[in-house]
Design a protein around this ligand. Structure first.
Ligand SMILES: Nc1nc2c(ncn2[C@@H]2O[C@H](COP(=O)(O)OP(=O)(O)OP(=O)(O)O)[C@@H](O)[C@H]2O)c(=O)[nH]1
Ligand SMILES: [Mg+2]
Length: 216
């Protein structure tokens, strides 16, 4: 979902949160959208979303961030969740090795269900629990490089890098969208057909007359 509209905002970007249950997706979302954190949050059931508007390169960008359960049995239908998403924050817990091992599984799911141009950031959450660390930042950095993802360690509890993670995703999406818009403009001006030209197209059954519908 990357619409350009006239009023409240210039762009609306849909971003999905993914990762195993308990890694802190819902708290990352509440930290970013409401500046709230809950130590005893319950597992998400189904889908929730929240929004926040920020400025990117002088444009007003509304981020619509979707959150679902990491647990398979509570998850909403996958294809609907990913539909229209232009960004993804893939979260693991730095204190739980398994959540990092499962990153490959989440990447596969993105590959299967999301747009192939989706911007992905890997986030190692709970960086405040460094004494319990089970995933080194080097391991995560290497994986991120191999899979061409951006990477940050975050802490929803300490509000560390949460803002930066979303800002980076939104900026990267904005860069892609504005480059695409420029390329489209350039190719449109290169292939413009003059107004109202009548083109005669012959086929087997005779001559079909087609009016050019180019309006530029
Ligand atoms: N220490 C610490 N705890 C965190 C952090 N982020 C989340 N938690 C805790 O981790 C637990 C799970 O957080 P959630 O945000 O509910 O996890 P989730 O990924 O949304 O889980 P599901 O909805 O089941 O997929 C909660 O007890 C949170 O308080 C963090 O940055 N640091
Ligand atoms: Mg949740």
């Amino acid at each position: 979902m990357a619409y350009k509209v006239d009023h409240e905002y210039d762009y609306l970007f849909k971003i999905v949160l993914i990762g195993d249950s308990g890694v802190g997706k819902s708290n990352i979302l509440s930290r970013f959208t409401r500046n709230e954190f809950c130590l005893e949050s319950k597992s998400t059931i189904g889908v929730e979303f929240a929004t926040r508007t920020i400025q990117v390169e002088g444009k007003t960008v509304k981020a619509q961030i979707w959150d679902t359960a990491g647990q398979e049995r509570y998850r909403a239908i996958t294809s609907a969740y990913y539909r229209g998403a232009v960004g993804a924050l893939l979260v693991y817990d730095i204190t739980k090795r398994q959540t990092f091992e499962n990153v490959q599984r989440w990447l596969r799911e993105l590959r299967d269900h999301a747009d192939s141009n989706i911007v992905i950031m890997l986030a190692g959450n709970k960086s405040d629990l460094n004494h319990l660390r089970a995933v080194s930042s080097e391991d995560a950095q290497n994986l991120a490089e191999k899979e061409t993802l951006s990477f940050l360690e975050t802490s929803a509890l300490e509000a560390f890098n949460v803002e930066k993670a979303f800002q980076t995703i939104l900026f990267d999406i904005y860069q892609i969208i504005s480059k695409k818009a420029l390329a489209a403009q350039e190719s449109a001006s290169a292939t413009t057909v003059p107004h109202g030209t009548t083109i005669n197209v012959s086929n087997i059954s005779g001559t079909v007359e087609k009016k050019s519908c180019c309006s530029n």
